[in-house]
Write a protein that binds this ligand. Structure first.
Ligand code: PLP
Length: 425
């Protein structure tokens, strides 16, 4: 894939030719001590603040000031249906119908709520398939759910690992495992993009392989939404969860989201933990005694949502709509392709890239195994205004985000990295 991209132009010429480059100026970049803009390559951890976020939040503070409790029903954006305005833009990012998505809670809370409904273990089929290097919160959540149902997590949770000597997991190996052991697996739950290696799973093929064996298939999209083009509805995924402070730029601790496939959205046979906000909207305020779910993902809501973080998220979702996920993904493949191209040219044998080389199998993130000098190189990068992420024992994770990063950012990163490596003692 990379080999088909032409990087003979300079970074600044590529920026000049990038139709999405004006969107960069709609974000605040943290400043370095010397007052320069940083090169911000950690959108995989916390996305930047859209400049409009403050206005959006201010408007709701103003409505609260002016209207008090009436703000639920009055003003430009009444709070009662406020979360509904996020369904369409989120559905576009998730590749879903609006009824299949909802902005609510935070990721791990949503994961537990989904597992209450979708992890239905039996003595014959109680196992959960996850990635070996899953984000710890996901590991804790699935293990505690297995234990809650009376199973021993050491037996119930199975972890996928790359083959000996390889860095990421082959789709074919997942399919084979499912063919052989699928009948004992209740749930397949993988990250759309692995947070450590940056591997993007073939969610469509894995969902098909899992569902063929009668497994429920869910995805954690923390590193995938706003990064990859998703088609959750067509892929027939059962459920998905995400947070929105990474690539979605909703701000620290912002409201996460959930996808529930349409075919489950009206199902009364699924157990669920219920709350008043998930109750049928038509009768919610009559406060009836018996819970009746609103159709779709909204029926899993518990509480009325926090409006201020939703307002900030709205500002960012508008930028996604302006850019379009198809254009963002096209730029992303090129921008990350450029990063990999520069790294290979600059360090022909010095650096190991643990992210798949195939653009189809990665999002914007690239993870580098740096060797013993890594910590020092990472410090050198920080001291020169380059923000990237360090994971013990030796991994640097860099994410050029197509919404706000430039080819010049990528170029500068590699130059400063080379300086850092070159001065290795
Ligand atoms: C970021 C991330 C989380 C964070 O969970 P919260 O509940 O939002 O704190 C969980 N899982 C994965 C895979 C993540 O990348």
């Amino acid at each position: 894939m990379d080999d088909r991209l032409d990087f003979s132009m300079s970074a600044s010429d590529m920026d000049a030719g990038d139709e999405l480059s004006p969107i960069r100026s709609r974000f605040h970049f943290p400043r370095t001590e010397k007052g320069a803009d940083s090169v911000y390559l950690v959108g995989h951890s916390l996305g930047l603040q859209p400049k409009a976020a403050r206005d959006y939040v201010d408007r709701e503070l103003e409505a609260w000031r002016r209207l008090g409790v009436e703000g639920h029903f009055e003003g430009d954006n009444p709070w009662m249906p406020y979360h509904e305005a996020l369904a369409e833009p989120l559905a576009r990012l998730a590749g879903a119908l609006p009824i299949e998505v909802v902005a609510m809670n935070t990721l791990t809370v949503n994961l537990h709520l989904m597992l209450v409904s979708f992890y239905r273990p039996t003595p014959e089929r109680h196992r959960i398939l996850i990635e070996g290097s899953a984000f710890p919160s996901d590991q804790y959540a699935v293990a505690s759910q297995a234990a809650w149902h009376g199973f021993d997590p050491a037996e119930s949770v199975i972890e996928l690992r790359p083959r000996e000597g390889e860095d990421f997991i082959r789709t074919r190996d997942v399919e084979e495992l499912l063919e052989q052991e699928g009948e004992t697996i209740a749930l397949v739950f993988l990250g759309g993009v692995n947070y450590l290696t940056g591997q993007a799973f073939d969610m469509e093929r894995i969902a098909e392989a899992g569902r063929r064996q009668g497994c429920v298939v869910g995805y954690d999209l923390a590193h995938a939404i706003g990064n990859l083009e998703l088609r959750l509805h067509d892929w027939d995924v059962d459920f998905a969860v995400w947070c929105s402070y990474k690539y979605l730029n909703g701000g620290p601790g912002c409201v996460g989201g959930c996808f529930v496939h349409e075919r489950h959205g009206r199902s009364d046979d699924l157990p669920r933990f219920a709350g008043w906000w998930g109750h049928d909207k038509a009768t919610r305020f009559r406060m009836p005694e018996v819970f009746e779910a609103t159709p779709g993902a909204e029926g899993w809501q518990l509480s009325n949502p926090p409006i201020l973080p939703l307002a900030a998220l709205r500002a960012s979702l508008e930028l996604f709509d302006e850019a379009g996920m198809d254009r963002l993904r096209a730029k992303s493949e090129r921008l990350t392709g450029y990063l990999v191209h520069l790294l290979r040219t600059r360090f022909p044998d010095g650096l190991s890239i643990i992210t798949p080389a195939d653009a189809e199998q990665r999002g914007c993130q690239v993870s580098l195994r740096t060797g013993p000098e890594g910590r020092r190189v990472h410090r050198h990068l920080s001291e020169h205004g380059i923000w990237c992420d360090w994971r013990e024992p030796d991994v640097i994770r860099v994410a050029p985000v197509p919404l706000y990063n430039s080819y010049s950012d990528v170029h500068r990163f590699v130059e400063v990295m080379a300086e850092g490596m070159g001065s290795a003692g």
